[in-house]
Design a protein. Structure first.
Ligand SMILES: [Mg+2]
Length: 258
């Protein structure tokens, strides 16, 4: 292994793909849950969201993404019983063509990077057992030499400890979320790359290294932060090193970093 070379790490959800949780897995759990627990007393998405947020607040970053444990916990509280299925089984069932998606820029980008011998790994807050069925279905798995996930690392983005899977100064991390991907990479000392496929045309037209100095860039970041559930106040740690409109621009980032 060459210790000095850069490694490219990828967030998965909304960076490369759309997983089946929102449209298929959670609705199926919700149907079972409300066949046992009254909707008025235990609104499914509220109790699920509360349990996830409570774990984040308590600093239990790994546990906040353990959806099997979260579903079991809320089921025991509301119903007094465990679900007759696992979330992992439901993900496998719904990780099929037509229910999961890959963005159109993903395959051309990954193929070009592979051709340039760029080492690539997954760095996702989704447990490997929930992500691998989706990347398998979308034919993404073979591009990556490793999956770095909270179940393995015992923490999650944006904790800089998450990026211990390599020498942080040698990681180029690409993701769609400011609060998790950009902040996490910045705190760890990695190169932070933000993929924003709806980047305004006036920024898109600028060369990559100059986009973040566009006068409207902080406002654009602030809107995104609000959408992610934060106050929207932009600080240094929210600023990505690069803002991409397409993953096909990643090769340029790689060329300028190495
Ligand atoms: Mg994401």
């Amino acid at each position: 292994m060459i210790l000095t070379s850069f490694i490219l790490s990828f967030d998965l959800d909304h960076t490369l793909m759309i997983n089946p949780f929102r449209r298929w897995v959670f609705p199926e759990i919700e149907t079972w849950f409300h066949s046992r627990a009254p909707r008025e007393q235990f609104p499914f998405y509220d109790v699920l969201g509360r349990e996830h947020s409570r774990r984040l607040r308590e600093g239990r970053l790994r546990d906040a993404y353990d959806w099997d444990d979260i579903v079991r916990t809320v089921a025991r509280e509301a119903i007094g019983a465990d679900p007759p299925f696992t979330v992992e089984e439901l993900v496998k069932k719904h990780a099929v063509p037509g229910k999961v998606w890959r963005f159109p820029d993903v395959l051309p980008a990954l193929k070009a990077l592979r051709k340039a011998n760029v080492p690539m790994v997954v760095a996702s807050n989704g447990f490997e057992c929930y992500q691998r069925p989706v990347t398998d279905c979308l034919q993404l798995t073979p591009f990556f030499s490793a999956f770095h996930t909270p179940d393995r690392l015992q923490t999650a983005k944006p904790n800089p400890e998450f990026f211990r899977f390599a020498e942080p100064g040698r990681i180029i991390h690409v993701g769609d979320r400011i609060d998790q991907d950009v902040v996490g990479a910045n705190r760890a000392g990695a190169v932070s790359v933000w993929i924003s496929r709806d980047l305004p045309p006036e920024m898109r037209r600028m060369p990559l290294p100059r986009r973040k100095s566009h006068p409207d860039f902080p406002r654009w970041l602030s809107m995104r932060l609000k959408w992610e559930g934060h106050s929207g106040r932009v600080t240094e740690e929210h600023l990505p090193d690069y803002a991409l409109a397409s993953l096909e621009e990643l090769l340029q980032v790689w060329e300028s970093a190495k």
